[in-house]
Design a protein around this ligand. Sequence first.
Ligand code: MV4
Length: 447
Amino acid sequence: MFQKILIANRGEIALRVLRACKELGIQTVVVHSTADADAMHVRLADESVCIGPPPSRDSYLNIHQIVAACEITGADAVHPGYGFLSENAKFADILAAHNITFIGPSGDHIRIMGDKIEAKRTAKRLGIPVVPGSDGAVTEEKEAKRIAAEIGYPVIIKASAGGGGRGMKVAHTEADLEIALQTARSEAGAAFGDDAVYIEKYLEKPRHIEVQVFGDGFGGGVHFGERDCSLQRRHQKVWEEANSPALNAEERSRIGGICAKAIADLGYSGAGTIEFLYENGEFYFIEMNTRLQVEHPVTEAITGIDLVHEQIRVASGGGLSVRQEDIKFTGHAIECRINAEDPRTFTPSPGTITHFHTPGGLGIRVDSGVYSGYKIPPYYDSLIGKLIVHGRNRVECMMRLRRALDEFVVDGIKTTLPLFRDLVGNADIANGDYDIHWLEKYLAKGE
Ligand code: MV4
């Protein structure tokens, strides 16, 4: 087991990882920018190293500074959290070259999944169902038209170096396709320095369902069920739940089994998320994330398993603490992402939190690094906390969530709490009846 872990992140996830390290009796080092000197996780860590000025590129993305902080403090592993360097293959490789363990998959697996064409090809080879479309990159207009005619319109053009919704164009007709292909390629070239694009059938009303997987580091793989992340705005998830209201136990174990086997065959190590679009009872792979995700607590709530403990165990060569047959799904969990933003316009609202009071009681978890008197710096994302509610079933979970939202107080700044108070009173939400476009339509209506 590791002696000392360096946490290369900030905010609620840095605190989340710190808590796991403390429970495992592992010493902690945090690195932080000058803007984060007052953060809760900096106070609670055994050691802290200031690695630079506020801009991320000079601090949380500065590989040399982070490696230097490892050497100075004698950290033997790095947990990258999410965002920042968590899916940076070069960072994983550099740490390995310094005999420091990256708590995550190999650089090569990160690289494969970062290239969306390569990721899809790999998924298909491993027996994961994918969206119908081109077999690899498309350059010629003629070829694009042939494929589109074969799969049928509408189609979507995606950048291989994109992901998370960046660099996509929908074409409804052959006339649209010419323009879509050209703009997608030039935008991808400009944005990512890689103009490779591919074509898929455009699914019009899917849900976004993702499967939590783990490779044990010995060639084994398990799944921890799925999360439904369909409620999003501009590719930012807002509300996530486990299980998906759309799946039954048979569908869960079928897609979960396919994913667990794929992870084993790939020789993948650590936490991963296999993302699907789900429409008319069918799953279609879109991407794989090679990190711990923001919404991992809903999976923890329904399985009772600490996924950060598992990441640390696997990275240290100790394998998983559970076998597939030990993983049971109990009840229902919902996460609300509380952002320091205007709940209607989503304009960021940094500043001082004058009063912060979190809900409590059975089935309530709040993951947040903020506190009364804390000043939210303007340099980073606006997530200030996550409310995760667990109940024996979805109805109980929703009742508990309504109550928890009533108790939550964040004064001094604007937050998205009022949006969630609206959502819990909505009939479609109560029925679990929504797709990936539902929230944006709801917001456009002005409720
Ligand atoms: C799609 C799609 C429809 N059809 N692919 C957006 C993010 C990126 N991960 C993939 N995305 C989409 N890919 C096909 N073939 C619709 C989306 C999409 C979306 C997906 C998940 C969650 C929210 C979304 C919002 C708009 C579009």
